[in-house]
Every structure is written in C-alpha cells, then in structure tokens.
Design a protein around this ligand. Structure first.
Ligand SMILES: Cc1cc2nc3c(=O)[nH]c(=O)nc-3n(C[C@H](O)[C@H](O)[C@H](O)COP(=O)(O)OP(=O)(O)OC[C@H]3O[C@@H](n4cnc5c(N)ncnc54)[C@H](O)[C@@H]3O)c2cc1C
Length: 469
C-alpha cells in the first residue's frame, strides 16, 4: 500500500463530476472514486432514462385527450424496443464519453473502487491509499428494500434494475406512493402494463399539496388500481405470479394483489456508511445522511459533502447547485451559504406536477399572514383551447411583504410553468412585481400563472375562482 497525494479527491461521479471537471479546469490534480457506473444515478438509472421513457407516455395520453378537441386518433402500436433503444443510446453515449474523457486526462486518476476512510483525510481505494487536503463526498443514496416477509425470495425490481428490462411486464405491483411510483406507473400503464400501486402513506405523493395528491390519484386511477394507507405484510410467488398481501393500516383489511413483477420505490438509504465516516470526523445523522454546515463543509474541516447523501431535497438540480456552493467554498475566494428557500421539483407523471418553496401547510406553520392565489388552466383562453379542465396553478405569498413563499402547478408543462416563479423567488425582494410589470404573451399558458397572482385572497376566507378569458 502506498499513499498518493492529490489536490482534490471526489467520491461519486454523479454531481461529483461537476467539481472534478472544474478542478481539472484549474489544473488541480484530482482523484475520482466511483465504484459503480460512470455518471451516477441521474444519467444511468434516474432522471434521464426515466424521462426518455415517460415522454412517449405523455404523447399517448395527449393523443387520447385530443378526442375532447375533435381530433380522433388511435395509437395502434407502442414500440418499447425503440423507446429503450433511444434511452440506451443517450445513456451509453454520455457514459462512454465521460469514461473516455476521464481515461485521457492525465491529471485525473480514476479509481473504480469503493472508497473508505482509513484516516482523517486518507481513503483506501482497493489496494491503494490516497490523500488530499480537500475531499468532496457526493456518494448519493440507493433504494431501501423494505423488510417484508418473502420479498427477497420472491424477487423484485428497483430503479437500479428496471431500466434493464427488455419488455414491459404484463402486470406490475409498485410498492410505494411517492414520485418514482407515480412516474413509473404513468409510463407502464400507458405502455400496456396492468399497474397496481400499493402506497404506505395516506396520500399518493404525500409531499405535494393535498389537492395535487388527490388530482394525481384520481387521474392515474383511471388507468390502474391505487391503494394507499397500506402495509405490505407478505410476498410470495407461485407459478410465475408474484403475490403481495397488503392490509389497510387503520382497519387491518387485507387484500392479495398479483402481478408478473414487483417494483420497489419505498424510499432510499444513504451510501455514506460505506465510506466509514467514523474513521474521519465526518458526522452523519441517525439515518446515515451526512451533516454539513451552511457552507456544505462536514464536521471534518477540508471535507465537503453535497447531493442526495445530505438527505435533504434529493434532485439532480439541487445536487448541481450544491456542487457549485461546495466548489466556491472549497476553492473560491469567497464563502457562499446554502440557500434553500426556492428549491423546485417536478413529478413527471400524469398529470405533470411541479412545485417550489413551501406548501400551504408549511406556510401556515410559519405563522406569517398569507395570501393564496389560484387559477385553473381553463380560466384562460389557452387552457380552454386545450380543454384542460382539472389543471391549476396555486401561489402562496406573505400577506404583508408579498414575498412569494411557494407555488404548485398541476397540469401540462407544469415544470416549465413553475420555473419563472423560481426566478421571481430569487429576484430582489422576491415579490411578483416583475411579473406584474410585464406583458404576458396572449394566449399562452403563462397567463395561468399571471392569473394566479392576480387572484389573491386570504386563505382563511372562502374564494370563488373566477374565469377571465
Ligand atoms: C428513477 C429516478 C428518477 C429520478 N428522476 C429525477 C428527476 O426527474 N429530476 C431530478 O432532479 N432528480 C431525479 N432523480 C434524483 C436524482 O437522480 C438524484 O437526486 C441525483 O442523481 C443525485 O446525485 P448525486 O451526485 O448526489 O448522487 P449519485 O448520482 O447517486 O452519485 C453517487 C455515486 O457515488 C457512488 N458511490 C457511492 N458510494 C461510493 C463509495 N463508497 N465509493 C465509490 N463510489 C461510491 C455511486 O456508485 C454513485 O455513482 C431521480 C432518481 C431516480 C432513482
């Protein structure tokens, strides 16, 4: 064993790669430690492959919806092999170009090993020991497998393995009711799989506004069976059929659901324990997520952490933003503090959902006076043109300062519609004044967002939603 010294060690090639690339741009000597596939979760088994699968599903639902507009078309064939081929082309293309870039870079050593601390700033990677004054941990999370009788023996899929399937299953039980469950359910149900969701929480998408959870449950419910508030008690398989016994958490009433496959989306666990953080002074919380200060530095000076392994908001854009914060604090000449007041997210299910900042319940909990604005898509000309009856925008403001505290959009293009609200929340006084001073292209869905801000009321009082084409 020998010790090799670097300027920077990066653990994890997801958002960790951002920092490794920036350090190489400055000609620092870098060690990149990655024991899995190059590119991390987002590229190989997360955001990117899932969204390449989901977009065709959106198109199918749009074709079906078009009947309401007088456009009668039928989808005659769904080519999963082509969807998968397009997905693999992008994933493998990007992965291979990253691998090539890493292999050709003489200032970067790639250790395809599991890294573990053996000293405060010393990592063991295979047979070697490496050290650096600055270390970045971006080692992420993996699927947490629930402890259900018979599950291991029966076998199951996770987000780590599902992108390897070559045909859609004839039927699929999805355990879990969060965003991954709703996204996979949307895709598979559209591509002909009989889907059954079995969620533990009382609500589907429990972190969303209650009306969003309800809308998604009702809409997806047209295409699949959805059970919520369930405990999965037992799993077995017989004659190639997998059976999940699940019971109502209040009444104990039990049901058996059957399918060809089971997909686990019940949560994640931290990869930090693999690093033996106790061998340095990197502290983790009771769930194994790394504890950092506002600068993203861990309790061991010179070691920063970011991304999913912090167990906060687990999105790739969050990990990217945090990698910038960690980079500036580690190598820049200033100190920037983590700002989490406007973290956006989207759920690419049917309907699409997006949000930023607080939910109404969270804003109520802050004790501030509030104003809430609501607008349905079909209250605007474009929404009406799209025959969109259920979709809406909701915004939450501080009633005194008019600072935007949060927003939710449920409906087509939700992720795009919420983004300008994120920008507003990062502008000057964080109010919607720039929107109020702007001309808004007519008739476009942007008008739904503007209408929500034009429709403010005190959430403690009843409000009639107005139509304003
Ligand atoms: C199905 C799915 C869909 C998703 N969709 C979206 C989406 O639409 N939008 C979005 O924003 N987010 C989405 N996410 C979440 C997003 O993928 C993550 O937030 C993001 O990838 C986290 O990046 P990271 O760099 O923190 O971790 P990762 O990308 O997971 O990188 C961590 C890396 O560290 C490696 N590693 C771990 N331990 C060690 C060790 N001891 N030694 C060496 N290497 C180690 C791992 O192999 C891994 O490659 C999705 C996730 C999933 C699973």
């Amino acid at each position: 064993m020998f010790e090799k010294k670097y300027d920077l060690i990066v653990i994890g090639s997801g958002a960790g790669m951002n920092v490794a690339a920036r350090a190489r741009g400055k000609d620092y000597k870098v060690a990149l430690v990655e024991h899995g596939t190059m590119g991390g979760t987002c590229l190989n088994r997360g955001c990117i492959p899932s969204k390449i699968m989901i977009y065709p599903a959106d198109v199918v639902r749009e074709i079906e919806h078009a009947k309401k507009l007088g456009v009668n078309a039928n989808v005659s064939d769904l080519d999963f092999k082509l969807v998968r081929k397009r997905m693999m082309e992008l994933v493998l293309g990007d992965r291979h170009s990253m691998e090539k870039g890493v292999a050709e870079d003489e200032g970067l050593d790639y250790y395809h090993e599991t890294g573990e601390f053996v000293g405060k700033h010393i990592l063991k990677v295979g047979e070697k020991k490496i050290t650096a004054p600055k270390i970045m941990i971006a080692c992420g999370v993996r699927t947490r497998i629930p402890n259900i009788n018979g599950l291991e023996k029966t076998g199951y899929l996770t987000s780590e393995t599902i992108f390897d399937i070559e045909d859609v299953p004839e039927s699929l039980i999805i355990l879990g009711g969060g965003y991954k469950a709703c996204e996979f359910a949307h895709f598979f149900s559209t591509f002909g799989t009989k889907v059954i969701i079995v969620g533990h929480n009382r609500k589907l998408l429990p972190r969303e506004e209650p009306e969003v959870s309800e809308l998604v449950k009702n809409t997806l419910g047209h295409y699949m069976d959805i059970f919520v508030n369930r405990n999965s008690a037992e799993v077995w398989s017989k004659d190639g059929v997998k059976v999940v016994v699940h019971e109502d958490r209040d009444t104990g009433d039990s049901i058996e659901s059957r399918a060809e496959e089971i997909l686990i989306t019940t949560g994640v666990i931290s990869n930090a324990p693999l690093l033996h953080p106790e061998k340095t002074d990197v502290k983790v919380n009771d769930k194994g997520f790394i504890i950092v200060n506002e600068s993203l530095e861990t309790s061991q000076p010179g070691i920063w952490a970011f991304g999913d392994v912090l167990g906060r908001t687990m999105y790739r854009h969050t990990a990217n933003y945090q990698s910038d914060v960690a980079w500036i604090n580690a190598f820049g000449e200033m100190n920037v503090k983590l700002d989490e007041h406007a973290v956006p997210h989207a759920v690419f299910t049917y309907p699409q959902v997006a949000g930023v900042g607080m939910t109404l319940a969270e804003a109520m909990g802050s004790g501030r006076p509030l104003l809430v604005g609501y607008s349905s898509y079909d209250s605007t000309a474009k929404g009406y043109a799209m025959a969109d009856e259920d979709s809406f925008v909701k915004v939450i403001l501080d009633g005194n300062t008019l600072e935007i505290l949060g927003a939710t959009v449920a409906g087509p293009h939700a992720a795009i519609l919420v983004q300008p609200i994120v920008y507003l929340m990062n502008c000057g006084d964080r109010t919607y004044r720039p929107l109020a001073a702007s001309q808004i292209i007519h008739p476009a869905l942007s008008e739904v967002v503007a209408a929500a801000f034009g429709n403010l009321h005190d959430p403690r009082h009843h409000h009639d939603h107005e139509h304003q084409h």
